[in-house]
Design a protein around this ligand. Structure first.
Ligand code: G
Ligand code: G
Ligand code: MN
Ligand code: NA
Length: 257
């Protein structure tokens, strides 16, 4: 409860911020280039220091605070995208994490449309990340919401893919454009034949269903080489960069070109 009250004040006191982790496309010629950012929420409390999202997101969800916080995240991330455009960065996409609570909320498609319009950002530049749990919670509602977001031009990806209990039957019905392969499958890729088999199967299945794949938690050249060979389209991880402040992210992107 103490943490909940602190979190309630965090937003108005400017203790929340976003960090951005580069997402890179793997080109056919063996190159990689930054094509997007994932916005990751950070909370710096004056006494507690940095509070981990793993700790405060569940509190934000249980208390309903995730709705105003989530709206702030969406707005801030899209405004940042505009600032990067103005600073001459290439046209990037912005990935924003959605919690199940936000996804279930009636207003989500209208809210997303309104924030995009306020910031003046085309819907195609935004990608919303949803976990399997959030989608499978109520699959028929999920399908409706996904369709409404799709009609507005917003893309959806399934986050932490393979760790939840999404049924393959639903994957066919869900309007998603990308599977983010969970870092738990990527971590031991070079020594674990089973993880290699799983990642290979996910990439092939995604290809057959017309979905993109992005592997998370890529930390080594060996992992990258395997992913590239299997046809994974995009990667994210410490091998390239940790989540960065907005300014550091801009420097990172400008340094590669
Ligand atoms: O950045 P880090 O690894 O500490 O993030 C931990 C978890 O918090 C991840 O599962 C991530 O998806 C989640 N998370 C980070 N930012 C947000 C956000 O803005 N909204 C929601 N719902 N979850 C977030
Ligand atoms: O659940 P979600 O994928 O949204 O959360 C991503 C989390 O993974 C972030 O907290 C981010 O800091 C973390 N992360 C990103 N890249 C790596 C990586 O290469 N290795 C590890 N261990 N964690 C990573
Ligand atoms: Mn994510
Ligand atoms: Na993830």
């Amino acid at each position: 409860l103490l943490l909940e009250n602190a979190l309630r004040r965090a937003q108005e006191r400017g203790q929340l911020s976003l960090h951005y982790q580069p997402q890179l496309a793997l080109d056919a010629d063996g190159d990689s280039r930054v094509v997007g950012a994932e916005a990751l929420l950070r909370w710096q409390h004056p006494e507690l220091g940095w509070v981990s999202p793993a700790e405060f997101i569940p509190i934000a969800e249980a208390s309903g605070l995730i709705l105003p916080i989530g709206e702030w995240v969406l707005q801030e991330a899209l405004q940042q995208l505009r600032r990067w455009d103005d600073a001459g960065l290439p046209e990037l996409s912005m990935a924003v994490n959605l919690s199940a609570v936000q996804f279930r909320h009636d207003d989500l498609p209208e809210l997303v449309e309104r924030v995009l319009a306020d910031v003046g950002m085309p819907a195609e530049r935004l990608e919303l990340e949803l976990t399997e749990g959030a989608a499978m919670d109520n699959p028929s509602v999920a399908i409706t919401v996904m369709n409404e977001l799709h009609e507005r031009g917003v893309r959806l990806s399934i986050d932490d893919f393979g760790t939840g209990y999404s049924s393959l039957a639903y994957l066919k019905k869900f309007r998603v454009s990308k599977l983010k392969i969970d870092q738990s499958f990527v971590r031991d890729l070079t020594d674990d034949a089973e993880d290699r088999a799983i990642v290979d199967a996910v990439i092939r299945m995604a290809g057959a269903l017309g979905l993109q794949t992005l592997a998370e938690g890529v930390e080594t050249d060996g992992q990258l080489a395997f992913l590239r060979r299997q046809g994974c389209q995009a990667v994210q991880g410490y091998l390239f960069s940790r989540p960065l402040t907005a300014d550091a992210f801009a420097e990172f992107v400008l340094a590669q070109t």
